[in-house]
Design a protein around this ligand. Structure first.
Ligand SMILES: [Zn+2]
Length: 133
């Protein structure tokens, strides 16, 4: 049984109910975005389609983010720690799914040890991409 517009929670399949509207976290995206929330697990889902250029502007633009060189050593250390936290739970060669993977930096770095699967959320419900672009 679905909730808002027959949509179900991508995490658990529970019904979605209208929740709230929020501004985009990326300043390049104008307007407000309606969210629904799963009554069963509490996950939030963006309703409606993403703006057509949402994946070509702001944080997803084809250029390097600001201060990328300065942040690179910190991000690299952060990603190594994330991977170290996961390793006790993963068999060698296991698949790693990173939901909300952004540019896929973490899974790209983990690709030497694991099958890489990254999932970006779009169109209100899980869409996807494989690998960084
Ligand atoms: Zn749910």
């Amino acid at each position: 049984m679905g909730g808002v517009g027959g949509l179900t929670c991508p995490a658990c399949g529970g019904p979605l109910a209208p929740w709230r509207s929020v501004p985009a976290s990326d300043p390049s995206l104008p307007g407000m975005f309606a969210l629904a929330r799963c009554a069963a697990c509490g996950s939030a889902v963006t309703l409606g389609p993403a703006p057509p250029d949402a994946y070509a502007t702001g944080a997803y633009a084809a250029r390097d983010p600001r201060l990328v060189r300065l942040a690179a050593p910190v991000l690299e250390r952060f990603d190594r720690r994330r991977l170290a936290l996961l390793q006790p739970f993963l068999a060698p060669g296991a698949a790693v799914l990173d939901v909300g993977a952004g540019r896929g930096r973490f899974v790209a770095g983990a690709a030497d040890a694991y099958e890489r699967l990254d999932q970006e959320l779009g169109d209100g419900i899980a869409g996807g991409s494989e690998g960084p672009s």
